[in-house]
Design a protein around this ligand. Structure first.
Ligand SMILES: Nc1ncnc2c1ncn2[C@@H]1O[C@H](COP(=O)(O)OP(=O)(O)O)[C@@H](O)[C@H]1O
Ligand SMILES: [Mg+2]
Length: 210
């Protein structure tokens, strides 16, 4: 299964989600390849750190340009292939969508980020022309934990207005555990970050039901 993480903006949590899913699936005994197509190398560095710590293995490669052939080839050898792509309409993002089974689009529930949905819809529609099996889900990330904050409800209402998109049921809240884990080459499950751990387990299960 190929899962591509895409967004129009940086800093929304693509690498956070890619590394946590990679670590989570590896902890469950699945073979995982994490392709890092972002020159920032966040995911690649994370995988290197965990190798030094001898944690359940996540293989990782850097990639540039048309990443589709690489992803398809890895999908023959690994149960889970995750692609962490740079923000915007990059070649990496477009090619990553062209062979993915699943596209996860992390989105911060604030107006400027919600404004990027239009472009995401266009990219998904274009990708579906060459990859009709593509399933695309928006994942709300860094959601405020304060119960009175209603930004996520507004965001979910806006997403409901799009026929070609759906929102993941799992919400990823803003939790320190995510920052701690990524800095240690671990996923939140491996640092026992309570609520963040539950969110990643829930997301990993939800993905397998899509
Ligand atoms: N759910 C979250 N809770 C807390 N901090 C987060 C969360 N998601 C991302 N971050 C932090 O936000 C910053 C950007 O996240 P990152 O995953 O690197 O985004 P991207 O890969 O989309 O650029 C990082 O410092 C990361 O640790
Ligand atoms: Mg990143």
């Amino acid at each position: 299964m190929i899962i591509s993480l895409v967004s129009q903006k940086g800093g929304v949590g693509k690498s956070t989600i890619a590394t946590n899913l990679a670590g989570g699936y590896a902890c469950n005994g699945l073979s995982v390849m994490l392709v890092d197509a972002d020159p920032q190398k966040t995911s690649y560095r994370w995988a290197k750190d965990r190798k030094e710590e001898k944690l359940p293995e996540v293989a990782s490669r850097q990639a540039k340009g048309d990443i589709a052939p690489m992803l398809s080839s890895f999908a023959q050898d690994y149960q889970i292939v995750l692609a962490d792509t740079p923000g915007r309409d990059s070649k990496e993002m477009i090619s990553g969508l062209s062979v993915a089974d699943i596209a996860i689009m992390p989105l911060y529930p604030s107006q400027p980020d919600m404004d990027t949905i239009e472009t995401l819809v266009i990219n998904i529609a274009a990708a579906k022309k060459v990859n009709s099996n593509l399933k695309a889900y928006i994942l709300l990330t860094r959601v405020a934990t304060h119960p009175k904050n209603t930004e996520k409800d507004v965001a979910l209402d806006i997403i409901k207005g799009y026929k070609t998109l759906a929102a993941a049921k799992t919400l990823i809240h803003d939790r320190k555990g995510y920052r701690d884990a990524i800095s240690e080459g671990r996923c939140v499950i491996e640092i026992k970050a309570g609520k963040a751990q539950q969110e990643i387990i829930s997301l990993a299960k939800e993905i397998q039901s899509w």
